[in-house]
Write a protein that binds this ligand. Structure first.
Ligand SMILES: *Cc1c(COP(=O)(O)O)cnc(C)c1O
Length: 387
């Protein structure tokens, strides 16, 4: 349904394809890509992005929680889906089996629960085991690894398919910590091997590490942010050529000329110094346009930068378009992305807001429709009977 409001996030699937191929070029032969599509594919729309990644030949997909995985299955995704965050409850275990999902496991109690449920339904459950090599978040602690492995074979209905860990940094420290994590990872693999437990898949790298240290990869890598054309930090700009996938745009909803001394938006934090043209745009913090962009952000109108003036409201922002020749009500405005020869990157916005590009992308609100270009996936989704 067309919402009427012209505020949309355009998703460029060609750019996604290009980023996917750039990542493939970075990794050793025989290593496959697990595309990370958690948090609604970093705000890009999990089902259409996953269907497109499948079309591109992705090996498997990764999400944070089981509901995200179920959404993908209901949307017609057939690739293996790894649930990074594991499972929380018993009825969730039944859904894992029903939807053929692969949870990450780091506790024996979970293996026990999964094994029992699998036995009840007479269907093996596949899992990947996670070890903590230095991030200090989820994973079997190093010191308990031997003991954990010893028990793995007890669970007849559990198929131990993969082994993973997660890097804490890339090369901020010259790579010493990542190298140490890689060594711990390999040690854990060889301990398991000695004890007769072998894994089909070994994986540890996210976008940053697969680019900085392609050799520390196992046979599966887990890029997220780079698939969407963004850099985990500016250092990576020279290392890989990515294309931003999302363009956030709207149109001028209301345009007015105001005299000097006019206050704009809540609290009157901006006051015009001269006669000014102020445009009101139909996007606000409820759409993910961050409040910190007040009197700081910029947008593109007719290929030129125009500053955000005054506070960001829930549904609206104001921009000063005095210096945009020919500006008219209804003009297209790009808040993130390219227009003419100008571009506002997600990195630029993240820096102004003092956060990381990930958060900017994930925050684009759910009332902003995602429009896919070219439209093939959208048609396929309709044809595929997605509710
Ligand atoms: C989010 C996540 C990734 C992807 O990280 P990027 O930095 O976006 O490439 C990979 N693995 C795990 C376990 C994650 O949670």
């Amino acid at each position: 349904m067309n919402s009427g409001r012209p505020t949309v996030a355009e998703i460029d699937l060609k750019a996604l394809g290009s980023n996917y191929r750039q990542l493939l070029k970075k990794i050793p032969r025989g290593t496959n890509i697990l595309g990370v599509v958690k948090a609604d594919a970093y705000g890009h729309g999990a089902v259409p992005i996953s269907l497109e990644l499948e079309r591109l030949g992705v090996h498997s997909l990764g999400v944070a929680i089981s509901n995200e995985a179920i959404e993908l299955r209901r949307g017609g995704v057939r690739a293996p889906i790894l649930i990074f965050g594991g499972v929380f409850t018993s009825d969730e275990v039944d859904r894992v089996l029903a939807y053929d999902l692969t949870p990450v496991v780091f506790e024996k109690a979970t293996l026990q629960r999964l094994s029992k449920a699998a036995e009840r339904s007479r269907k093996k459950v596949r899992v990947h085991i996670k070890v903590d090599t230095g991030l200090g978040r989820l994973g079997v602690p190093d010191a308990l690894w031997r003991d954990f492995v010893k028990d793995l074979k007890r669970f007849a209905w559990v198929e131990i398919e993969g082994f993973l860990s997660h890097f804490s940094m890339t090369d901020e420290d010259g790579g010493a910590f990542s190298r140490d994590q890689w060594a711990r990872f390999q040690k854990a693999v060889s301990v398991a091997d000695e004890m007769g437990v072998r894994f089909k898949y070994l994986h540890i790298s996210n976008s940053g590490n697969l680019t900085a240290f392609p050799a520390f990869s196992g046979n599966l890598v887990r890029p997220g942010i780079m698939l969407y054309g963004s850099y985990p930090s500016p250092r990576f700009r020279e290392r890989i050529k990515l294309q931003p996938v999302m363009t956030l745009k709207t149109r001028i909803h209301f345009l007015k000329e105001v005299p000097p001394g006019t206050r704009v938006s809540y609290g009157g934090t901006f006051v015009t110094k001269k006669t000014s043209l102020i445009a009101t745009l139909p996007i606000g913090y409820a759409d993910g346009y961050d409040c910190h962009l007040a009197n700081q952000g910029e947008v593109l109108v007719r290929g030129r930068r125009a500053p955000v003036v005054g506070k960001v409201c829930m549904d609206l922002i104001m921009v000063d378009v005095t210096r945009v020749p020919g500006v008219s009500q209804g003009d297209e405005v790009v808040l993130m992305g390219k227009q003419g020869n100008e571009r506002i990157t997600v990195e630029e916005i993240a820096e102004k807001v003092k956060t990381i590009p990930y958060e900017i992308l994930c925050s684009v609100g759910k009332r902003v429709p995602r429009i896919y270009r070219p439209g093939a996936v959208q048609k396929r989704m309709r044809g595929g009977g997605v509710a």
